[in-house]
Ligand binder design. Structure first.
Ligand code: LER
Ligand code: MN
Length: 292
């Protein structure tokens, strides 16, 4: 298992993600601590200086395991279920730019070369685009069934684009205070079945913060993901760094090990007391559990 830390590439209202204009400073700090990668929260991929980003990632030998898309919802209200068709189309088009960016970054990533035994079009280890808040919510003026149908259609469309570029999608169950559906692993598994994409293309991002609110037993819900578990976000029960609350990370990582999960564990946490300290404390608590 590898360890990464979520950083936003621009200022955001989403609190559990650090933005520091000194991206290179953050990268240097994370690399010095021993992190393997940076997960990026990107609102508008087309506005990123990709060459500069790739230069920094290569300099510090950091991979990008996943791209977050939620800021397009938080900052611009783009979603797959908006009653306005033009907004839905913009949301789909936006996530396709995330897919394209994930593919470009992965190809240049120095620390995640594809093993030679794995064909270039294999989904194994392919970069992830996260589908969280961007999937949208229900609305008073449209039926829940209609919103659900739009969400499923959008996901099928984006999954096709992901397949063409060897990118995977990770559906993130998000707690009830942030969205009014797909709050738990059971809901995400049902949705994935409905999308009908190949098993290796669409899976689950399991976030321990949301799970602490929604899942009866975190370990059982992790096991329920099985091979659909594509990615893990760690945050403690208060969304501070692991170790600052009462979530049992030793038991969580032991369960991941038991499941032979070989993916990434990514800290998506409040930048408290500050980004650097949050990254240091996370590393201290999580890295020894992950082993090599
Ligand atoms: C994003 O990964 C997340 O966990 C959500 O809380 C976004 O609001
Ligand atoms: Mn998350």
């Amino acid at each position: 298992m590898k360890l990464s830390f979520v950083i936003s590439t621009q200022p955001t209202r989403f609190q559990a993600i650090a933005f520091d204009p000194n991206f290179e400073g953050n990268a240097a700090h994370l690399a010095n601590l021993g992190y393997d990668g940076i997960e990026l929260g990107v609102r508008e991929p087309d506005k990123l200086d990709v060459a500069d980003l790739k230069r920094t990632l290569a300099k510090y030998r950091l991979a990008v395991p996943a791209l977050g898309t939620g800021q397009a919802f938080v900052e611009e209200q783009l979603s797959f279920t908006d009653p306005d068709a033009a907004v839905r189309e913009r949301a789909i088009a936006r996530v396709k730019t995330h897919v394209a960016l994930a593919s470009v970054i992965a190809r240049s990533s120095p620390s995640t070369p594809l093993p030679s035994t794995i064909a270039q079009d294999s989904a194994h280890d392919a970069p992830l685009v996260i589908i969280g808040l961007i999937r949208g919510k229900t609305w008073a003026q449209i039926t829940r069934d209609q919103a659900h149908a739009w969400m499923v259609d959008a996901l099928r469309d984006v999954a096709r684009a992901a397949r063409a570029q060897n990118v995977r999608l990770a559906i993130e169950p998000i707690n009830r205070y942030e969205t009014d559906w797909v709050n738990d692993v059971a809901g995400a598994l049902t949705l994935i079945d409905e999308i009908g994409a190949d098993a290796e293309r669409v899976g689950i991002l399991f976030d321990t913060f949301h799970a602490n609110i929604e899942e009866p037993r975190i370990e059982d819900s992790l096991r329920a993901c099985g091979a659909r578990l594509f990615h893990v976000h760690v945050a403690d029960s208060n969304r501070w760094y692991p170790g600052a609350g009462h979530t049992n990370f030793a038991s969580i990582v032991a369960t991941l090990r038991e499941m032979e999960y070989a993916g990434w564990v990514s800290a998506e946490i409040l930048p408290k007391p500050d980004v650097k300290r949050a990254a240091e404390e996370t590393y201290k608590t999580i890295k020894p559990l992950l082993g090599k």
